[in-house]
Ligand binder design. Structure first.
Ligand SMILES: C[S@@+](CC[C@H](N)C(=O)[O-])C[C@H]1O[C@@H](n2cnc3c(N)ncnc32)[C@H](O)[C@@H]1O
Length: 397
């Protein structure tokens, strides 16, 4: 039943606080969004829903935020849920639904703040609260995996060592990203992959394992690095484990010439502008997919004139972090200008490393869009830059 209420928002928030304090909130939905003038529909948030979950023994609420046809998730404590609902209901969203043990409450709020608050019999019963699910990894714990044993992550029996759990998750997370883009690569014939700045190469070995052992593909995987001792050690392990089609070479990314086409280019934590050199090379070879997890970034930090954004850029740490984000935005836009569909996504949880962004670029079969060139140039000029490493590496030498 709905009744006219002079302050449905406050009443709804009181009910919400009460349900959260008693752990009997089975869900919240905010809908009926107000569209801002000029807002891009694919970027506008159209719905927020919260559901209870349990993380490390604590009650949390998973927020699903719908933007365009994508959904973004984060886990929030109860007080953050209250803060978010308070901020959004009545300003961005005009309908709020709260599901509790005793009733479903529904607030419809008009622009003047008045509206209705309805109450119905509860439609939801206490959910089976999901506990930290054991993730189903591509390389599961318990199955011996030779390269993980060799690099000290697993015991020969397949148990992940306690101190190596984070690395184990990182390897698996990386493999999920690679597995997701496999449909973009040629479906038959050997796959040619290059890993720029492979370092100790645990991710290169993981990539090779995924393609050959789990996906039964014939491959040529090359790990390239400047450091001869590291490369020699990786080659020794590859020979010992008889990794067919995997080899390591000493060389500089910018000067490297492959002896054929490249399907997939990977650069993981390649230092500073080495990421730009890797992306530029991959663009030049028209690699079908480019995966880049950038590392430290100094170039843009040094080039941005402080007058451009004085309040931000005069603080060293903010300048550094802003430059890293700006650089990744420029890289993503630049990739779009040369015909790659590009996404910037979270690689692994921030708790493991602050360098946690992945650029995933997939070459379009059609031509690039002029709008992306405008966006790229506009961003460059907003940042006060006349030069950018990726563009420079791309120019014919
Ligand atoms: C931080 S490590 C990352 C290693 C590995 N990709 C990972 O994610 O664990 C960066 C590696 O990139 C290599 N590197 C940096 N600049 C390079 C360049 N211009 N050419 C080839 N390798 C480079 C370094 O020698 C180093 O081994």
């Amino acid at each position: 039943m709905s009744v006219e209420s002079i302050n449905p928002l406050n009443e709804f928030l009181d009910l919400l606080r009460d349900a959260l304090s008693r752990d009997v909130c089975w869900g919240i939905t905010l809908s009926q969004p107000h569209r801002k003038v000029g807002e891009n529909p694919s970027e506008a948030t159209t719905k927020l829903s919260f559901r209870p979950i349990e993380l490390a023994g604590e009650r949390r609420y998973q927020l699903a935020e719908r933007r365009g046809n994508q959904e973004f998730h984060q886990n929030l404590a109860a007080e953050k849920v209250i803060a978010r609902v308070t901020e959004e209901l009545g300003s961005r969203f005009f309908q709020g639904d709260l599901f509790t043990d005793e009733a479903d409450f529904s607030a419809r709020i008009r622009h003047d703040g008045n509206g209705q608050l309805g109450r119905r019999r509860p439609s939801k019963s206490a959910p089976v609260v999901e506990h930290d699910r054991r993730k189903k990894y591509l390389i599961p714990e318990g199955r011996p995996c030779p390269f993980l044993t060799e690099i000290g992550v697993m015991t020969p029996a397949g148990q992940v060592k306690a101190a190596k759990q984070a690395k184990f998750r990182q390897v698996n997370r990386f493999l999920e990203f690679v597995d997701e883009i496999l449909p973009e690569l040629p479906i038959s014939g050997p796959l040619r992959v290059i890993d720029f700045g492979c370092g100790k190469s645990y991710l290169t070995f993981a990539l090779h394992y995924l393609l050959t052992e789990l996906r039964s593909r014939e491959v040529e995987v090359i790990g390239l690095d400047l450091k001869a001792d590291v490369v020699n050690d990786c080659q020794r392990i590859a020979d010992k484990l008889e990794c067919k089609g995997l080899r390591f070479e000493v060389g500089d990314i910018a000067g490297y010439t492959p002896n054929g086409h490249v399907d997939l280019s990977v650069s993981l934590h390649a230092c500073d502008t080495a990421t730009d050199a890797a992306i530029a090379q991959a663009i030049g070879w028209q690699a079908k997919v480019i995966l880049a997890v950038p590392c430290c970034q100094h170039e843009v930090a040094n080039l941005m004139p402080t007058e451009q954004l004085p309040g931000l850029l005069r603080h060293g740490i903010l300048r550094e972090r802003f430059a890293a984000l700006a650089t990744d935005a420029l890289r993503a836009e630049y990739l779009e200008t040369v015909g790659y569909r590009t996404q910037v996504i979270e690689f692994i949880d921030l708790e493991h490393t602050p360098k946690n962004l992945l650029l995933r670029a997939i070459r379009n079969e059609g031509s690039s869009k002029p709008a992306s060139r405008d966006r790229y140039e506009h961003l460059k000029s907003q940042l006060g830059l006349s030069d950018f490493a990726l563009e420079r590496f791309q120019q014919p030498r």
